[in-house]
Design a protein around this ligand. Structure first.
Ligand code: PRP
Ligand code: URA
Length: 217
């Protein structure tokens, strides 16, 4: 297992795999350029996705090999879905798709109003069978937790019952907010930082993930 419980909470997991830690450090560096930043976000998402999918159900089938019949395990039932929170969550999609090309992808568009810091929804499109799937929300940053909590509420309003949240860097405030609002949702993150600054940016964090992914600043 390459993650550990955060603050003894059974629903919050922090990844301690050396490759993930190394790549997060590169991601934090202000000198990391957009191309490398994008590649790193995707790679970390893939490495985390490997563990987040650890409990997917399997079934045994018979497969004919060139030599005989193997009783082999394959994934059973509906596969996962992923839902990136636009924009920055998009950076995590390719990594997850490399791992599981068959998963379905929904999208939730949210931005954090810079005055009120409250999330505003501007788009939502989910797979038709989202209610029968486990849906993993993707967002690199869990700061105040307002965006993630709102996104989880939107999924629940649309009938999704099994939800996980996967982020790269989390602030303790964001973890507390999501745990308080949605105590049924597991949170997976690569690192938990000190806290938030007066603009609700994660400290030390990595800056604005969307801007760094798409070169908008
Ligand atoms: C960032 C980030 C999260 C949100 C986290 O997105 O990707 O969605 O902020 O902050 P919170 O936990 O305080 O809600 P942002 O609103 O900057 O939009 P963007 O992805 O379009 O840049
Ligand atoms: N959103 C970001 O992109 N970075 C932060 O530190 C906080 C919110």
């Amino acid at each position: 297992m390459s993650y550990e419980k955060y603050a003894d909470d059974d629903m919050v997991f922090v990844f301690d795999h050396p490759l993930i830690q190394h790549k997060i450090s590169l991601l934090r560096d202000k000198n990391t350029d957009t191309k490398e930043f994008r590649e790193l976000v995707s790679e970390i998402a893939m490495l985390m996705g490997y563990e987040v999918t650890r409990e997917l159900p399997l079934q045994t089938v018979e497969i004919e090999t060139p030599v005989g019949i193997a009783k082999a395990k394959v994934l059973s039932g509906k596969k996962l879905g992923i839902v990136p929170i636009l924009r920055a969550g998009l950076g995590m999609v390719d990594g997850m798709l490399q791992l599981m090309p068959m998963i379905k992808v929904g999208h939730i568009g949210l931005y954090r109003d810079h005055e009120t810091l409250e999330p505003v929804e501007y788009y939502c499109k989910l797979p038709e069978d989202a209610t029968e799937r486990e849906m993993v929300l993707l967002d690199p940053m869990l700061a105040t937790g307002g965006s993630a909590s709102a996104a989880i509420s939107f999924l629940k309003q649309r009938g999704v019952k099994q939800i996980k949240l996967m982020c790269l860097i989390a602030a303790p405030e964001g973890i507390r907010r999501v745990r308080k609002d949605h105590d049924d949702v597991q949170i997976f993150c690569a690192q938990v930082d000190e806290g938030l600054n007066e603009n609700a940016y994660i400290v030390p964090g990595l800056g604005d993930a969307g801007d760094r992914l798409y070169g908008t600043k």
